[in-house]
Design a protein around this ligand. Structure first.
Ligand SMILES: [Zn+2]
Length: 391
């Protein structure tokens, strides 16, 4: 049994490759249930790296994923109290997109709607380029809401592929219908979840319907997704966490509870305020910038590489004919700012005629001749806003 001092020293040890950049401090209140906290107390490899890094990363993610799922399931929903009329103005719609789900709830006689039993979700299967997407969606969510959410995922995944990165396949996306509790008509709100989007190793990403907001919350941290007002960038950010884990599981799993050393916090902050928060967020933010073809500030590429930031499998992405629902708008940062009007009239890129009915829907490969038409649809715009992450 180690003494408390020995335990602290072990917990605060990080791999020598990462130690020049980051430090870990034992939290005052440490959740001893979490696998990562136990892993940091165990012996390391001779070279100082974490043992069983991949397994530890997945165990930790499993624990967090089920906690979040359970909380969202229990707390998410909308209820109508009293007799006041809800006026669903465009301003309300911009901040509370999921009220559409309430208005279209399956039981119109009920004053409350919540997430359906997760055992009976709709599973959508899609292929974009080399990645199979498995999307788990609430069976009572309307096709319209679902299509808009799926379109954001497809835009993000396609963008990452076009930047030359190889993603795990399949990727799993979870789309709870509600991730906060809203009382109508007062619009009093309580969060059931502290994120808009979150990655869980090895290949799961959960997304809030709040990604359909066209006005970012005032308290959203200044991430790239918020800066460019693009919800797909919040999904790209999560894919960045995913590829960090996939390509460098030792670094990824050894960076929980860490902070940058001061000089590197300064470098990291040049990408976005959110990127300076910790090494995980810096890697995901830099990945997002790379994927959106933005200039990377000086000093950052080295830091990104040192932390195991994901690199593309190929430098020049080959055009992929037959990629499902791909977006090809390679616009750079400034062009994407606040095109909110375009977002508001965005046609869902998912063509619901290509869904087959039943609980396991799938997209057919598109006819290449329809490619240009689809691209033209897509380029009319799809901007929204971004992300409030917790890791
Ligand atoms: Zn993040």
């Amino acid at each position: 049994m180690p003494t408390p001092e020995q335990a602290r020293a072990r917990f605060e040890t990080i791999s020598p490759e990462l130690a020049p950049y980051a430090t870990r401090t034992m939290p005052r209140r440490r959740d001893t249930e979490h696998p990562i906290n136990q892993a940091y107390l165990r012996d390391r490899h001779r070279d100082g790296s974490l043992k069983h890094a991949r397994e530890v990363g997945v165990e930790q993610s499993d624990a967090v994923f089920f906690e979040q799922m359970e909380r969202i399931q229990r707390r998410g929903g909308i209820s109508h109290e009293g007799n006041g009329e809800l006026s669903y103005t465009s301003q309300v719609r911009a901040e509370f997109p999921e009220i559409q789900s309430f208005l279209e709830r399956p039981d119109q006689s009920s004053s409350r709607d919540s997430n359906s039993n997760p055992q009976s979700v709709v599973k959508l299967l899609m292929d974009t380029g080399a990645t199979r997407l498995e999307i788990y969606s609430d069976r009572t969510e309307s096709d319209d809401m679902r299509d808009k959410r799926v379109a954001q995922i497809v835009e993000a995944v396609s963008r990452v592929e076009r930047a030359g990165f190889t993603m795990p396949s399949p990727m799993h996306f979870y789309l709870p219908k509600y991730t906060r509790s809203i009382k109508l008509p007062s619009l009093r709100t309580e969060n059931a979840w502290s994120s808009f989007a979150e990655f869980y190793a090895p290949n799961r990403i959960m997304l809030s319907p709040e990604l359909l907001r066209t006005v970012p919350p005032a308290n959203a941290p200044r991430s790239i997704a918020v800066n460019i007002n693009d919800p797909s960038a919040a999904i790209v950010h999560e894919i960045g966490h995913c590829l960090h884990f996939t390509q460098s599981p030792k670094s990824y799993s050894d960076l929980f509870h860490t902070r940058f050393r001061q000089q590197y916090e300064h470098i990291a902050g040049a990408i976005s305020a959110y990127g300076a928060r910790n090494p995980h967020e810096f890697v995901a933010e830099t990945f997002t910038a790379i994927t959106y073809n933005a200039a990377i500030p000086r000093g950052q590429p080295d830091l990104y590489r040192a932390l195991g930031g994901p690199v593309p499998a190929r430098q020049t992405p080959a055009p992929t004919v037959g990629r499902t629902l791909a977006h090809t708008s390679d616009r750079s940062f400034p062009d994407q700012r606040s095109d909110r009007a375009a977002m508001a009239r965005m046609p869902p890129t998912g063509d619901s005629s290509r869904y087959s009915s039943g609980s396991s829907r799938s997209y057919a490969q598109p006819d290449p001749s329809s490619w240009d038409r689809r691209r033209a649809d897509v380029e009319r715009g799809s901007r929204g806003h971004g992300h409030r992450g917790r890791r």
